[in-house]
Design a protein around this ligand. Structure first.
Ligand code: SF4
Length: 266
């Protein structure tokens, strides 16, 4: 049933075990929200640029990167978009605006990030066995550079606050996968582009031992799968509401009296 553990899977388990159960055990996939589609689009623009840059050594013209991002956005929304209850009336306008935001983010990437990336591997799927885990860790890196840096692109409505990197298990897992697969001590960073086009470069210090708490969490995930007991999100967690959780309306942990449609904004 669970034949590998990825950063996104483990991250969801840590936020809410019930949501993990619905997504990965019950196979109830929720479509991404508009912001996630914008992020996918920016990644597509970067991916197309990085792939050709391995050979050419040069970045694509801006218009090519933006075209790839626009296509990436159209493909992302074609498979369906999660619109929170109560926000349906503005959905068409927000979807259209999302395309413009995706193209703007691609431009910010091309200006602020692309020139500093000499890629040697792009969207590479990495897997590694880990002592204490019966299934491998698995991840797909955005890009690996010739200096062994592994920047991870993120799009965000606003700048990341201090300490946000600590909430991600991704750098530790990617660092471990790169050590196991390529024998390198990669330097990890998040490269955040905000919807206003600002670029935030956030280095993340990772050491080999940082994988140990990740393994413990992964063991907890497998134990929950074995027991069939999945806890709801921590009370008051930002994710646990109709705006951010697509499972809210059918969640057995939310009392019926709390399942009230939000009032429409004027
Ligand atoms: S509504 Fe809350 S408890 Fe239920 S799946 Fe979503 S985040 Fe988890």
């Amino acid at each position: 049933m669970i034949d590998h553990i990825s950063p996104s899977m483990l991250g969801l388990f840590c936020r809410c075990q019930e949501a993990f159960y619905r997504r990965y055990i019950n196979d109830e996939k929720m479509p991404p929200g508009i912001s996630a589609c914008i992020g996918t689009a920016m990644h597509k623009g970067a991916e197309v640029n990085h792939l050709q840059k391995i050979e050419s050594g040069s970045d694509l013209p801006l218009s090519d990167i933006q075209d790839a991002a626009r296509d990436g956005y159209e493909n992302a929304i074609a498979d369906g978009v999660f619109i929170p209850a109560g926000e349906e009336s503005g959905a068409a306008k927000n979807l259209a605006a999302g395309a413009d935001t995706a193209v703007a983010l691609a431009a910010a990437y091309a200006k602020s990030i692309a020139p500093h990336i000499p890629p040697v591997a792009v969207e590479e799927k990495l897997q590694a066995e880990v002592p204490g885990l019966p299934v491998p860790l698995l991840g797909i890196i955005d890009v690996l550079c010739s200096d062994n840096s592994c920047p991870d692109l993120k799009s965000s409505v606003r700048k990341w606050p201090a300490g946000k990197v600590e909430s991600s298990l991704q750098p530790q897992i990617y660092h471990h996968l790169l050590a196991e697969n390529r024998g390198i001590n990669a330097s990890m960073s998040f490269e955040v582009i905000t919807h206003k086009g600002e670029h935030q470069s956030i280095p993340v210090k990772v050491q080999a031992e940082d994988i140990l708490p990740v393994i413990t969490r992964a063991q907890g995930l497998l134990q929950a799968v074995k027991s069939g007991v999945f806890l709801p999100a921590e009370p008051g967690h930002w994710m646990c509401g109709p705006k951010w959780c697509g499972y809210f309306w059918s969640c057995p942990h939310i009392p019926q009296h709390k399942k009230i449609l939000p009032k429409k904004s004027a």
